[in-house]
Design a binder for this molecule. Structure first.
Ligand SMILES: [Zn+2]
Length: 280
């Protein structure tokens, strides 16, 4: 819910760009190219080259959870990029940005070599010292430069900024409502959410479902048991199948019967050993 609120805040801030309620964040983000631009960058919230309030940081972090910008070397931004840093902070230079220098490729010729200082000043009509220009070029990590160079040899596509898409749906689209945003956030947090959390074999009818989801909180049982119950219901109990899917752990078969994959259903409901427990 909190994540949805934050994303809605971003949405309003983008859509009501003239509203006085967004005057402060607008001025803040303007120092680093505007909120719309920042959201399209591959930023690290702690490296952003301006001081942001905790709320703005949290809003940006929530945005990182839902926007999927596919990495492509030639689309790498120079600005607010988490890997292009000077003194451990990303960089942003307003007047370069205004002159349409956005991508690393904007500083390169068609073979992927950096323009010389004289060329760049002439091309973009810039006013900057050679020392500073060298500093920026040096901040771009070599592996990234190599990736871009390799890409340029075989491709000739123009660098573009990504769209703000949440699971193929535009952030500003009508379809991108609270329900949709909250669904996407949940499916990012709970790995199995999309598969339907209500398909556990024991939960067959709505009465049992209702009891299982709500009543257990009031039962006079130990907190640890409630916690386990909650984890099973939400399919986040760390059985080995879960650890394998979510964290790519190497796992063994069921630790009771050593016969089948240790899924949640198997361990608690279907394994012969746990069924034997149920009988006593
Ligand atoms: Zn078993």
């Amino acid at each position: 819910m909190v994540g949805t609120f934050r994303l809605n805040w971003i949405k309003s801030c983008l859509s009501q760009s003239n509203s006085m309620w967004f005057h402060i964040p607008r001025s803040l983000f303007k120092q680093i190219g505007g909120l719309d631009f920042v959201l399209k960058c591959d930023f690290d919230v702690n490296r952003i080259p301006t001081k942001l309030s905790d709320f703005h940081k949290q809003a940006l972090l929530s945005s990182k959870m839902v926007f999927t910008h596919n990495f492509s070397p030639h689309n790498s931004n120079v600005w607010n990029n988490r890997v292009i840093t000077i003194n451990r902070k990303s960089v942003f230079i307003g007047n370069w940005f205004e002159q349409d220098i956005i991508f690393v490729t904007d500083l390169m010729d068609c073979n992927g070599s950096f323009f010389s200082y004289a060329d760049i000043v002439e091309k973009y009509n810039l006013n900057c010292s050679q020392r500073y220009f060298n500093k920026i070029c040096k901040a771009i990590p070599l592996p990234l430069i190599h990736l871009i160079q390799n890409f340029l040899i075989y491709n000739n596509s123009l660098s573009i900024l990504p769209n703000l898409l949440i699971d193929e749906c535009n952030l500003m689209d009508k379809k991108c409502n609270n329900k949709f945003i909250s669904y996407v956030l949940k499916s990012r947090i709970f790995h199995d959410y999309c598969r339907g959390i209500r398909q556990s074999p024991i939960l067959v009818n709505s009465v049992t479902l209702n009891k299982a989801y709500s009543k257990f909180i009031k039962w006079p049982i130990l907190p640890k048991v409630k916690e386990t119950h909650f984890k099973i219901l939400n399919k986040i109990y760390p059985v080995s199948d879960f650890l394998k899917k979510r964290f790519k752990f190497e796992v063994d078969l069921c630790s009771f019967c050593n016969n089948e994959d240790e899924t949640l259903e198997h361990l608690f409901f279907l394994c012969p050993v746990s069924q034997f427990f149920g009988q006593i």
